[in-house]
Design a protein around this ligand. Structure first.
Ligand SMILES: *Cc1c(COP(=O)(O)O)cnc(C)c1O
Length: 357
């Protein structure tokens, strides 16, 4: 028998979340972000489940080709554009829309004569990662107008750095810069990631670009997907592989980082950082055994974690264990591990069995 660690992917939850996003951004188009293997959920099953999205967005041509190989004809946007001049031929052939964020990418397009591509001009309004600076935007836009390989109209986009902070001033500043520099330009616009879609209606523009929210997870600290009307799409499960008693004063696991204050029952669950469970999850991180919350105790190891079975004294080998998902928000596990839910979802490893339902 194989190990019990598995990730259940709920396609109905994905579809619910897409509908919820349409409800939040009525009349706008949805570019479903499925980069990084659909945030660890599996790019092909997720793309199939979300085929009703108006477009997909990915980080590179390999991801786009995986969607095409599955026979899906949807529009696909390469969020970082091409990584080399020769990828433009792939983009033209596979009908991939390319973001153009740099002078190098402009030069590659100028030298490309193998067809035409749709282009999104990326403007850096304050993230200071990818994109043309505001003062360079008009010249870049003008250059694109002159290039025969570029289909017109060119579309316009930017990316928000602080949209998960609903009280801050930076998002409003970014929106103002974007509006000012694009004011008289034709073409569709896209600004909002999940946090923008959920918290900043003024960022919705023509296209919203949610990733995390599609997977049923909240981008806001201290909130969960359920707070946003979303349903988690991934549930990480395993089973108890051993149950034992430890005596008061005995410690558990590598380094003995947790010591029993009284005689207690310990469950050993078959999941560890080799599966993508975060090694930095500390004592007290919640885990569900038979649907009830118990606490992680001791260090996370590669193949196993240990939990104190306080609320589940009768628990036995083979009993179900949920690490995160439908009944235990991944946001809480991320907080307990000092990271973000994005990293946990993306970090589930090949060893975990995926079941798409
Ligand atoms: C990843 C990404 C998104 C989606 O971000 P979420 O926070 O997951 O919604 C949107 N736009 C760009 C440019 C991205 O790189």
């Amino acid at each position: 028998m194989s190990r019990a660690a598995r990730a259940i992917i709920d396609t109905r939850a994905l579809q619910h979340n897409l509908r919820r996003i349409r409800e939040l951004a009525p009349g706008r188009r949805v570019m479903a972000v499925i980069k990084a293997n659909a945030y660890g959920h599996g790019i092909v099953p997720v793309a199939r489940a979300l085929a009703a999205a108006d477009a997909f967005a990915v980080a590179c041509t390999d991801e786009a080709l995986a969607v095409r190989a599955a026979g899906l004809p949807n529009r696909i946007v390469l969020l970082e554009g091409v990584f080399s001049a020769d990828e433009l031929a792939v983009a033209a052939r596979e009908n991939l829309e390319v973001v153009v964020h740099s002078p190098e990418q402009l030069a590659w397009l100028a030298a490309f004569h193998g067809g035409t591509v749709d282009v999104w001009l990326k403007i850096d309004t304050g993230m200071n990662r990818l994109g043309f600076r505001v003062e360079d935007t008009r010249a870049a836009w003008q250059r694109l107008q002159e290039l025969p390989a570029v289909r017109k109209p060119v579309r316009l986009m930017t990316h928000l750095a602080n949209a998960d902070d609903p009280d801050g001033t930076r998002t409003a500043e970014q929106l103002a810069r974007f509006t000012a520099v694009t004011r008289d330009l034709p073409g569709e616009r896209s600004i909002a990631n999940s946090a923008g879609t959920l918290a900043w209606p003024e960022s919705h523009a023509d296209w919203v670009r949610p990733g995390l929210a599609l997977y049923g997870v909240s981008p806001f600290a201290g909130r969960t997907g359920a707070d946003e009307g979303l349903v988690p799409a991934m549930t990480m499960l395993t089973e108890l592989h051993a149950v034992k008693t430890v005596r008061r004063g005995e410690s558990v696991g590598y380094g003995g980082s947790w010591t029993a204050a009284q005689d207690t029952r310990i469950g050993v669950a078959a999941i560890g950082y080799g599966d993508g469970y975060p090694r930095h999850a500390g004592n007290g991180t919640p885990v569900l055994v038979n649907g009830q919350r118990v606490s992680l105790v001791g260090r996370v190891s590669m193949d196993m974690i240990t939990v104190e079975l306080g609320a589940q004294p009768q628990a036995k080998v083979g009993d179900p264990v949920e690490l995160w998902g439908a009944a235990l928000p991944v946001e809480q596990i991320a907080a307990a591990a000092g990271t973000v839910p994005y990293e946990l979802l993306c970090g589930v490893t090949q060893r975990v069995r995926f079941e798409v339902r």
